[in-house]
Design a binder for this molecule. Structure first.
Ligand SMILES: Cc1cc2nc3c(=O)[nH]c(=O)nc-3n(C[C@H](O)[C@H](O)[C@H](O)COP(=O)(O)O)c2cc1C
Length: 205
């Protein structure tokens, strides 16, 4: 059941959805077998055709939800075109779902550099070697690219590629869903109000 704060209907604090999200993500960290931060990311292409795939949430605060990717990938081009996206977390072990929708901004270079530097060396090389979402003639071609970049950056720091960075979804809505018996689930949606605060309402399941 969604916790008592949600039941009380007292949802006016600006950061309230993020505190609840943090609690749910922490719970997922205890109960999910792996990747509690895995999330389905939905985008739309230039023809209005939807697209969806998993990414890993790498940060969130009162500004929004951050993930990293190749900006020349399908999702990168779709987001740079439409400037909006949606996310859906589903934690099976908790029977909980969180949905996020909103415009998207690019994270700062400093933020992207800091996260890139924290990644394992192999992942930093991979960011150079993978032309994500473009045709790959063979597995060997990818391994060759990895070997070439490994040799190129054998000594010293591996710079972050210009095409690799983070996006932040700036939520207009964040919806919390929790399974209840007989499909009479709890649904509570937080919507950004004009003053930058949050308005909250329940939805029929
Ligand atoms: C659990 C999981 C986590 C993933 N995390 C990321 C991620 O954080 N960033 C990313 O670019 N791709 C990630 N991927 C790969 C994407 O799902 C996708 O295959 C890839 O980004 C290409 O998508 P696109 O062609 O729609 O751009 C992940 C896949 C899985 C299954």
């Amino acid at each position: 059941m969604i916790d008592d704060r949600l039941k009380s209907g007292d949802f006016t604090e600006r950061d309230e959805p993020y505190r609840l999200f943090a609690e749910w993500l922490e719970d997922a960290g205890q109960s999910e077998p792996n990747d509690p931060n895995a999330v389905a990311l939905a985008t739309v292409d230039a023809d209005g055709m939807p697209n969806v795939r998993m990414v890993l949430l790498k940060g969130f605060d009162e500004r929004g939800f951050v993930f990293y990717t190749n900006f020349e990938s399908a999702k990168g081009r779709e987001i740079l075109g439409a400037r909006k996206a949606a996310m859906c977390f589903h934690w099976k072990s908790l029977r909980r779902q969180v949905r996020v929708r909103g415009p998207v901004e690019q994270v700062s270079d400093e933020e992207a550099d800091a996260y890139y530097a924290s990644r394992p060396r192999g992942s930093r090389i991979g960011a150079w070697a993978s032309k994500q979402s473009r045709p790959l003639e063979s597995r060997f071609a990818l391994e060759k690219a990895v070997a070439e970049y490994t040799a190129r950056y054998a000594i010293g720091a591996i710079p972050r590629p210009d095409h690799w960075s983070g996006f932040r979804i700036l939520p207009q809505t964040i919806e919390f869903w929790h399974d209840r018996p007989f499909r009479l689930h709890d649904r509570v949606v937080f919507s950004r109000s004009a003053d930058g605060g949050w308005q909250t309402k329940r939805l029929y399941p």
